[in-house]
Design a protein around this ligand. Structure first.
Ligand code: ATP
Length: 235
């Protein structure tokens, strides 16, 4: 059985005249945590936004379980959950309202929304805040709600764009623990500019520099081949 769930072929994108990514190719197999490691502006969000169907690539193709996201976006997006770096601000909704809304826009059957919402709130430990407005939660709990909307429809692949950005050290550890738990059931792709984050979470890593991959391999190969001093990453 072919366990590939994502195939990215010759992906390039430019904003106006500036190329943000150039000829990116990769494949994700089912299971494991994959990391995109790169400095600010390296091209990580551009890759993720294209992969999740938020941005249309200038060139190249993305196949999710064999479905071309450019040609059949709704079909392909069923298999993906996405927590963007800057999620839409829906702070005037309660946790429960927001998650129900997330389930509806994912076209989940109406009779499954209540149970799916309860289940995912338990999973990320926000049930006791279900009636709380999102804007009144701490950054760590807001991020948990963001993670919940990304997994409510039980996608094969969950994509997290810099999931611990802006969190305090305790919240970072809690979000990493949650990502590890999610990775027991689903394939995870995350981006970060923090070396320790890929070391703590990832099985495979791609290093991105100026829109190109400069390393691709297992975490062990990364540790063997890449000197930390050669990585220019902001902390
Ligand atoms: P960060 O961690 O800062 O988000 P990143 O690795 O995710 O960085 P991208 O956001 O993909 O990088 O940006 C790649 C390049 O494309 C950068 O030079 C950035 O300035 C540029 N860029 C990103 N979005 C836009 C946009 N909407 N318009 C113009 N240029 C953009």
């Amino acid at each position: 059985m072919n366990s590939s769930i994502v195939k990215v072929q010759h992906l390039s994108h430019r904003y106006a005249i500036q190329w943000a990514i150039k000829d990116i190719n990769f494949e994700l197999s089912r299971g494991g945590v994959y990391g995109l490691l790169g400095a600010n502006g390296a091209g990580k969000s551009t890759i993720m936004n294209i992969l999740c169907g938020v941005l249309r690539a200038s060139h190249g193709d993305v196949f999710i379980r064999g479905v071309n996201i450019r040609k059949q976006p709704l079909e392909a997006k069923r298999f993906i959950g996405f927590l963007p770096q800057h999620p839409p601000v829906l702070g005037d909704l309660t946790v429960e309202e927001y998650l129900r809304h997330s389930a509806h826009i994912r076209l989940m059957p109406a009779d499954s929304v209540k149970d799916a919402t309860n289940e995912v709130m338990e999973k990320v430990a926000v049930t006791h805040f279900r009636k709380r407005l999102i804007k009144n939660l701490s950054g760590g709990f807001q991020q948990r709600v963001g993670i919940a909307q990304a997994i409510i429809h039980k996608p094969d692949l969950v994509v997290f764009d810099e999931p611990t950005n802006g969190l305090d050290p305790n919240q970072i550890l809690e979000v990493r623990k949650l990502i590890k738990e999610i990775a027991e059931e689903r394939t995870v792709l995350l981006s970060t500019h923090i070396l320790q984050e890929v070391q703590a979470l990832c099985d495979h890593v791609w290093m991105v520099n100026e829109g190109r991959f400069v390393f691709a391999g297992s975490m062990q190969e990364f540790d063997n081949q890449i000197q930390p001093s050669s990585i220019i990453i902001s902390l």
